[in-house]
Design a protein around this ligand. Structure first.
Ligand code: GLU
Length: 502
């Protein structure tokens, strides 16, 4: 037998942003498909038209592509199994729903919302699990509703839904790749609505029909869908179709082990992008939410290629996965530390250019926007930034004059003497031909020693006038990168503008 080509899918509803849980589902589907040399497909599940959000589909696909998850078939890129949007497949659902009606696996239900709600409340009061009471199950299907009344209602054109008839006294069993064997008793399964009164299918019906006709081999999705499995499997059985293999991914949890929620942090991937997290770090982080390579592996940083190579559904855990933002921040730093300078230059240049359109720099633009200059900034700041954009935002003194100077530090250690030291040292700096870190260091030491001062007495004020803040990279290297002209100007401005109490 020729092995079937693996096909997996991510099937989001276009109701807004991409949730981090959605990204994980998409990623695992992608990794598994690619590992197996198969195809990854995006299908849009828009059967709930009231929840549809304009542009959500485009944004979902764009965000996935940002993360490096590019579908082989999708609404945007097409494919042989389309349409890939459920609202464009209504005739297919209609056809197969008719088949279920004919085969007596489904029936019309005219119950009103009020009636259903009343029934629900009653069952809750009786301590029962709420379930449809089968009032509209036809006599010939074992119910009590005469065919004549159903026909009357249909002839009048009254609104109805179509429900599946869950067989009595059966148990539905399946093997979940992550969870192992799972079993449900049919007594706990509701007569699920398949077609709504607006003519749209429900999620359950549409996804089974599509999963079959789009020939998916594996369904990988969040644990919240596990309880839907028996309904889906019964539908496969009604049609005589072979169900795909399934894997339900563990829940994502807040650090306090409650279900991951907006209240305890961002859940939209777009929020993380806005904050400046890189695709590599996010993908790496999300991959580890429920999967690990196994004992003996200390590796924590994985590229997409490595993930594809090493991923397996067998190594996805059952236990909830804690969303630990510190881990993400740590990963982000690892990527910044190890990313080649020229790649970082390409990332930060547009950010700097946008900043330069808003703010004037007194430094020569052709220098501060050059690759060579930016590479020097990167080498000095790599270990100090948490995000790529911080090579500009957190390091603005490499491009812009300080407008404020650390007040606390000034209060503590600024005096007339400080200004005099700076003035004296500026004269010496001016005389340096080779404005290198090494030369500046030698000069500074030679300058303070005869005065009986420690180097720190000049290092701190120099750092403050040069950068405005009292922390940062090696001062000598900072001054070298800024260049003589900028350093002398900033010393001058600092002396004039820094307010201190002597
Ligand atoms: N549309 C469902 C969702 O929004 C898809 C569930 C599934 O993968 O079957 O998550």
């Amino acid at each position: 037998m020729v092995a079937q080509r693996v096909r997996t899918r991510f099937a989001p509803s276009p109701t807004g942003y991409l949730h981090v849980g959605g990204l994980r589902t998409a990623l695992y589907n992608y990794l598994f498909a690619k590992k197996m040399d198969g195809d990854f497909i995006i299908r849009i599940e828009d059967t709930d038209q009231s929840r549809k959000v304009e542009d959500a589909q485009k944004n979902l696909i764009k965000t996935l592509e940002w993360a490096g998850i590019v579908a082989d078939e999708s609404p945007e890129h097409g494919g042989d199994y389309g349409p890939y949007v459920q609202s464009e497949r209504l005739d297919i659902y209609d056809k197969y729903c008719r088949q279920l009606l004919n085969d007596q696996h489904a029936y019309y239900c005219f119950a009103t919302h009020e009636e259903l709600e009343e029934n629900r409340q009653l069952q809750i009061k009786q301590g029962l699990q709420p379930k449809y009471n089968r009032k509209w199950l036809p006599e010939e299907m074992g119910g009590t509703m005469p065919a004549g009344i159903i026909k009357q209602k249909l002839d009048k054109g009254l609104p109805y839904v179509i429900r599946m008839k869950v067989p009595d006294y059966v148990s539905v069993w399946f093997e979940d790749i992550v969870r192992g064997p799972v079993e449900f008793d049919s007594a706990t399964i509701d007569d699920q609505v398949l077609m709504k009164s607006d003519g749209f299918p429900t999620y359950h019906f549409a996804s089974v029909i599509d999963d079959h006709f789009m020939e998916f081999t594996h369904i990988i999705r969040g644990e919240e869908w596990l309880s839907s499995m028996p309904k889906h499997l019964l539908l496969y059985e009604f049609f005589g179709w072979e169900p795909p293999k399934v894997a339900h991914l563990p829940l994502l949890l807040n650090p306090d082990r409650s279900k991951l929620s907006k209240r305890q942090g961002d859940v939209a991937v777009e929020d993380y992008i806005r904050k400046g997290y890189s695709a590599d770090a996010i993908v790496n982080f999300v991959a580890m939410l429920g999967w690990n390579e196994g004992e003996g592996s200390e590796q924590e940083v994985y590229s997409m290629e490595q993930l594809i190579q090493k991923f397996s559904l067998e190594r996805v855990g059952k236990a909830g996965a804690v969303f630990n933002i510190e881990k993400l921040n740590w990963l982000e730093k690892q990527y910044i530390k190890n990313r080649p300078a020229e790649k970082l230059v390409a990332i930060i240049k547009p950010i700097l250019k946008a900043e330069l359109e808003q703010k004037k720099s007194l430094m020569p633009l052709e220098i501060i926007t050059s690759d060579a200059y930016l590479e020097k900034v990167i080498e000095l700041m790599r270990e100090r930034v948490g995000f790529e954009h911080e090579f500009v935002t957190f390091s603005s003194y490499f491009y812009f004059e300080p407008e404020t100077w650390d007040e606390e530090a000034i209060k503590k250690r600024w005096s007339v003497e400080t200004n005099n030291l700076l003035k004296g040292f500026a004269v010496l700096l001016d005389s340096l031909d080779d404005f290198s870190a090494e030369n500046i260091e030698i000069l500074l030491k030679e300058f303070v020693a005869p005065k009986g001062l420690k180097a720190a007495a000049l290092i701190h004020p120099l750092r403050i006038v040069a950068s405005g803040v009292s922390f940062g990279p090696s001062l000598y290297h900072l001054l070298e990168v800024l260049g003589k002209e900028t350093v002398l100007r900033r010393i001058q401005v600092g002396i004039e503008k820094i307010n201190y109490v002597d």
